[in-house]
Design a protein around this ligand. Structure first.
Ligand SMILES: NC(=O)c1ccc[n+]([C@@H]2O[C@H](COP(=O)([O-])OP(=O)(O)OC[C@H]3O[C@@H](n4cnc5c(N)ncnc54)[C@H](O)[C@@H]3O)[C@@H](O)[C@H]2O)c1
Ligand SMILES: O=C(O)[C@H](O)COP(=O)(O)O
Length: 526
């Protein structure tokens, strides 16, 4: 049974899901060196923002197949190092969107009305109504930096409060911004005109210290700024100076350059500053959502299935995955089959999407085909994450083609592998119930489901040959489950495909090739 380590607090429902397929250890608050010591025992690791999965931890993780981030940000995971090791990294892109957006709005309102300080004041026995005269957000301008999932929800609510909405996001169109009710502007204008500025962007080299002394100096004196996205996007030293000097009216931070926040000049400031300990995603609802989402994905990866939100598998977004998942299984099976038929060193793989499939995204199918193709060489070490890298390292050239006019099946996939021992091709499709059918091998039409043990022969189509093979297998006590012959012309070359119940015994393949009329024989294990 697989072993999963949960190293940050997650909802019990997630642990219950993982327990269906694995032994789950919950060990929170581990020091990095403790994690390095034990990670080798685990097949999966489930974390939140508290665990930093460094290259050192990844190097020590000899069995790790998947890292699940129960949340959005994966900046606490060395994703390139995980990718190099073939470890899938999954997250929950939407599970805590509403929670983070609502925390942002709560921060905005609390900043405007000094609620945290007023509350502390009343609890300390005071009744001070003068100090806490606030400001209304109604008709004020909010500048949203990053109009993705969280930014868009903040926009929706801000619009309902009749705020004027500006947005800066170089990766979205003005039309999209307009649909959300925002005017897309450049960063400088947003900074100069907004009464409230809120950030909803990932931390990248470009966004690090995006809010610095220079930009703070351009803000309105009544500006209040909020960061519920990632620490390090604000230059905290410069922010503390700007607040101290009254350059801006307030700031609310949920995330910090270094967490937990220990020494910071921001802590010494007054009612104009609100600090929360990375609580954006901390609602019961969000924690349930992310725990289920990520635990299900970890479970799927441990069962050998693709995950719907893997961050390090190119071209695999959840909607594409939903549509292509059955075809990925087909691609993997065909890749494995054609790899075994080609044998030896593979030089190139042609992946052709046919019929209805021709309009689909090819990348997931290419990855799955390569995973299957490399299985014989790499076994469990090849997966959806590293299949591309492994193929490149072996010098396998991948060619993607499409032919929507192939109409013998609604959608089919054709793989052709060229190697130092020759060229082989296979075609397959999915039946209505999702069952895989191999429909062509090396140009011979057939219609067989894949089975674990198979035998293929290329032979002359002549009387007696099928009987001879049957008797030979019988003499070795090999039970034939099914058999089919495919031929292009009567009495020409033909292919025989047999599904057998057990692996072929040693030496029998050689005997088969000696049968009169047999030209080639291949044993396949899928
Ligand atoms: N505080 C919390 O607990 C909490 C909870 C959830 C998410 N988050 C963080 O909030 C952030 C936003 O999450 P999301 O789900 O909305 O992400 P998202 O991917 O849906 O949206 C991010 C948006 O930022 C834009 N963007 C990227 N770089 C930019 C830049 N330099 N300038 C302007 N726009 C830029 C992108 O185009 C995208 O539209 C992430 O950093 C995430 O980790 C924090
Ligand atoms: O990126 C996220 O999802 C948030 O930062 C939430 O982090 P958390 O899971 O540690 O609360």
């Amino acid at each position: 049974m697989s072993k999963v380590l949960v190293s940050d607090p997650i909802d019990q429902t997630g642990i219950d899901i993982l327990s269906q397929v694995a032994t789950v250890d919950v060990k929170t608050g581990l020091k990095p060196e403790e994690l390095v010591q034990i990670i080798g025992e685990y097949d999966a690791l489930m974390i939140r923002s508290g665990t930093h999965v460094t290259e050192k931890i990844i190097s020590a993780s000899n069995n790790l197949k998947v890292i699940g981030r129960a949340g959005v940000g994966v900046d606490n995971v060395d994703v390139p190092a995980a990718t190099r090791k073939g470890i899938v990294v999954v997250n929950s892109p939407q599970g805590n969107t509403i929670a983070a957006a609502e925390h942002t709005l709560a921060m905005m309102m609390s900043l405007s009305r000094y609620i945290p300080d007023a509350n502390t004041s009343v609890k300390s026995g005071l009744w001070d109504r003068k100090t806490y005269v606030g400001a209304e957000v109604y008709k004020k301008t909010i500048g949203i930096i990053g109009l993705g999932k969280i930014g868009s929800h903040v926009a929706k609510v801000a619009k309902a409060m009749e705020m004027k909405l500006l947005a800066f996001d170089p990766f979205i169109s003005a039309e999209r911004a307009e649909q959300i009710g925002c005017q897309l502007v450049d960063l400088d204008l947003l900074i100069r005109q907004s009464d409230y500025i809120t950030l909803h962007i990932p931390k990248t080299p470009e966004s690090t210290h995006l809010i610095n002394a220079e930009r703070l100096a351009k803000m309105k004196p009544n500006a209040r700024i909020i960061n519920c996205s990632r620490g390090g996007i604000f230059d905290e030293e410069a922010l503390a100076i700007a607040l101290k000097n009254g350059q801006i009216a307030g700031a609310a931070l949920d995330v910090f350059e270094s967490e937990p926040l220990i020494d910071s000049p921001l802590k010494t400031l007054g009612k104009e500053v609100i600090l929360t300990p990375h609580l954006g995603a901390s609602t019961t609802e969000a924690q349930l959502n992310v725990a289920i989402d990520v635990a299900e994905q970890i479970r799927d990866v441990l069962l050998g299935l693709p995950a719907r939100s893997a961050v390090n598998i190119p071209g695999l977004s959840p909607d594409i995955l939903e549509k292509l998942k059955p075809y990925m299984q087909l691609a993997e099976t065909l890749g494995n089959l054609v790899g075994q038929l080609a044998g030896g060193r593979i030089e190139s793989l042609n992946v052709k999407l046919q019929g209805e499939l021709a309009t689909s995204k090819s990348q997931p199918l290419v990855i799955a085909s390569l995973k299957g193709l490399l299985y014989q060489a790499l076994r469990e070490r090849v997966n959806y994450v590293n299949a591309n890298i492994e193929a490149k390292e072996r010098g396998i050239r991948v060619v993607e083609t499409r032919d929507q006019f192939v109409r013998d099946y609604p959608g089919s996939l054709y793989l052709e592998a060229t190697g130092n021992l020759g060229i082989h091709s296979v075609t397959g499709t999915l039946l209505g119930d999702g069952e895989i059918r191999i429909t062509d091998i090396d140009g011979f039409p057939i219609n067989v489901p894949p089975s674990q043990y198979m035998l293929f022969t290329v032979h002359r189509d002549m009387p007696g040959i099928i009987g001879n093979i049957g008797s030979l297998l019988g003499s070795f006590n090999v039970n034939i489950a099914s058999m089919q012959v495919g031929r292009k012309i009567v009495r020409g070359d033909a292919i025989m495909v047999l599904s057998i119940d057990d692996p072929l015994p040693e030496g029998i393949l050689m005997e088969i090739t000696k049968v009169q009329g047999i030209q080639e024989a291949y044993t396949i294990v899928l």
